[in-house]
Design a protein around this ligand. Structure first.
Ligand code: NAD
Length: 253
């Protein structure tokens, strides 16, 4: 790991209070960035800061719902005022309630779209002027569920498909203005979100084991380096790419 890779760079990670977002937040910190964590939950971010107090000089925490366009725009503008620039935006906040199409309520469908798709759009729109200024980039959290469909996740599958094509759209529209946009598509990652589904569905863990060529669910720390790679100058010619970090799930026919 290069501890200076993001020295002097400012990175915003949404959904930073838990799971994958917390691991991505920490990885950027360890690679030298000043990191702004955004989450609904103030408590989980404060716990994260306490666990990483040695790096606290590099940490800024903001509480916002990414599905609230005014709130996320205000936080992005305020962060740039405080820290001078925004170099990388990681759109990671997401929810994944289960259910097939016929029994998905309007409320469940809207709640998933509000966070996973609307939130991604609102944060991206607010960040782009700053990223053009800094010649920065965006890394989105997609999922293998947006490449193929996961069983029993109708709204989530649709939302992650949207994340993937929005990533490409931004990549195409903003490359000429110096902004790259890529996504990481993780397979199953052991986070509180997945743990809840493992606890409520007997045999799911074993089924995942059988369907992942590497034979196990990932730790969040195994996925985080894919984010820092895509955000770094090592990926300067990579734009509009969906990097599967999935133990081989999408390689398997
Ligand atoms: P998690 O529930 O552990 O963490 C998600 C975090 O996002 C939480 O801290 C939550 O408070 C925050 N959040 C939720 N809604 C928000 C909102 N409206 N505004 C701001 N913050 C909000 O989940 P996770 O597994 O770490 O998931 C993170 C991302 O990774 C999601 O986009 C998810 O779809 C994606 N993903 C997860 C897996 C997996 O197996 N865990 C696999 C592929 C993709």
């Amino acid at each position: 790991m290069d501890q200076n890779r993001f020295l002097g760079k400012t990175v915003m990670v949404t959904g930073a209070g838990s799971g994958l977002g917390a691991a991505v937040f920490k990885r950027f910190l360890l690679e030298g960035a000043n990191v702004i964590g955004v989450d609904l939950s103030e408590d989980s971010m404060a716990r994260f800061r306490d666990r990483n107090s040695v790096l606290s000089g590099q940490i800024t925490l903001k509480v916002a719902d990414v599905g609230d366009p005014d709130a996320i725009e205000a936080i992005i503008n305020e962060s740039v005022e405080e820290l001078g620039a925004l170099d990388v935006l990681v759109n990671n906040a997401g929810i994944a309630p289960t259910g097939p199409a016929a029994t998905t309520s309007n409320e469940l469908w809207r709640s998933v779209m509000k966070v996973n798709v609307d939130g991604l759009f609102y944060a991206t729109r607010a960040a782009l002027p700053h990223l053009i200024q800094s010649q920065g980039n965006i890394v989105n959290t997609a999922s293998v569920s947006g490449i193929g469909a996961d069983y029993n996740y109708a709204a989530y599958d649709a939302s992650k498909g949207a994340v993937i094509n929005f990533t490409r759209s931004v990549a195409v529209d903003y490359a000429q203005r110096g902004v790259r946009c890529n996504a990481v598509a993780p397979g199953p990652v052991l986070t509180p979100l997945l743990q809840k589904n493992l606890d409520s569905t007997a045999g799911l863990k074993e089924a995942f084991g059988r369907s992942i060529p590497l034979g196990r669910i990932a730790a969040p720390e195994e996925i985080a380096p894919a984010f820092t790679f895509l955000a770094s100058s090592d990926a300067s010619y990579i734009n509009g790419h969906i990097l599967a970090a999935d133990g081989g799930v999408t390689a398997w026919n």
